[in-house]
Design a protein around this ligand. Structure first.
Ligand SMILES: [Mg+2]
Length: 295
């Protein structure tokens, strides 16, 4: 649970800071002086609320109990529906609180399953929790957590890719500045992905030199503008691997990429915090994020 909490801090600071960049001066501040951001509290969004749900279920059950997770997501949504959920998520989470079985509700709202990036945005606490288990277990638990709301194969793959990357970050934290360790993150992720568009995107990201500018990389592998796993996860993994030893730089460059900024920053922040530890997150940013209430 301590590792899961570090991941949750990394994720939620990214989410909250990223969200401010849609509407205040933090966008400019981050490009010039990352320590000159506006003072908080920066409210977190749906990414953090759902990550808290995963954290809660792992605390109570020690595994992803899908029935329990569906109820927790629904309860947290009902308490704070204004947290910035997408349109489809609104429709689904309302139904998860009722009598309809979650699998039936999800199929009604997203026939064939959702491949939105929501499966990846919330998963860092799970990566932390299972970081010392084998990667097969991590991938299995990731699929369970995604399956409640994102049953499409690409939705599952986005969760698996992000969870494996987070666990890899933890396992390699003592060598996080080693260029080969950074590069090898892609191989570990790819070893656990099914064939598909997320896999092809990660393969593409793995070929891109770490010296490239964000402006060069985004047109090649996306930035979450489509709010899908396919156009979110490859970009996030590229930034996280590139800056596995530097949380602040990872977040500044993620935000520079635009697109689904809060979710991109949540994904990258969750992974990189597992490598740097909580000490890697700028203290001001932790203080400025709306306080997390972990029950
Ligand atoms: Mg959000």
């Amino acid at each position: 649970m301590a590792r899961a909490a570090v991941a949750l801090d990394g994720l939620s600071v990214g989410d909250a800071l990223g969200e401010t960049c849609f509407r205040d001066h933090n966008w400019e501040a981050l490009q010039e002086d990352p320590r000159a951001t506006t003072r908080g509290p920066w409210p977190f969004t749906d990414d953090t609320v759902m990550a808290l749900g995963i954290y809660e279920v792992l605390y109570e059950c020690g595994t992803i109990d899908q029935d329990r997770l569906a109820r927790v997501f629904a309860a947290r949504y009902a308490a704070q529906p204004w947290r910035g959920y997408g349109a489809g998520a609104h429709r689904l989470l309302k139904q998860l609180g009722g009598d309809v079985y979650w699998g039936t509700a999800a199929e009604l709202v997203f026939p064939g399953g959702s491949y939105g990036n929501g499966s990846a945005m919330r998963i860092a606490p799970l990566a932390g929790y299972f970081a010392e288990d084998d990667y097969t277990t991590i991938a299995h638990q990731a699929r369970l957590s995604a399956g409640v709301t994102h049953a499409h194969p690409e939705g599952l793959a986005g969760a698996v890719a992000t969870a494996v990357a987070g666990a890899y970050a933890w396992r390699n934290r003592d060598r996080r500045a080693d260029p080969q360790v950074k590069r090898d993150l892609f191989d570990e992720v790819l070893a656990h992905l099914p064939r598909g568009d997320v896999m092809r995107g990660v393969e593409h990201a793995a070929l891109l030199d770490f010296g490239l500018s964000i402006e060069t990389v985004v047109p090649l592998i996306g930035n979450g503008r489509g709010i899908t796993c396919q156009d979110t996860v490859p970009f996030c993994l590229w930034v996280a691997a590139n800056h596995l030893d530097d949380y602040q730089t990872a977040l500044v460059r993620t935000i520079r990429g635009g697109g689904d900024i809060d979710t991109n920053a949540a994904v990258v922040g969750g992974i990189v915090a597992l490598a740097t530890g909580r000490a890697g997150i700028p203290k001001d940013w932790l203080d400025d994020r709306e306080q997390l209430v972990i029950e």
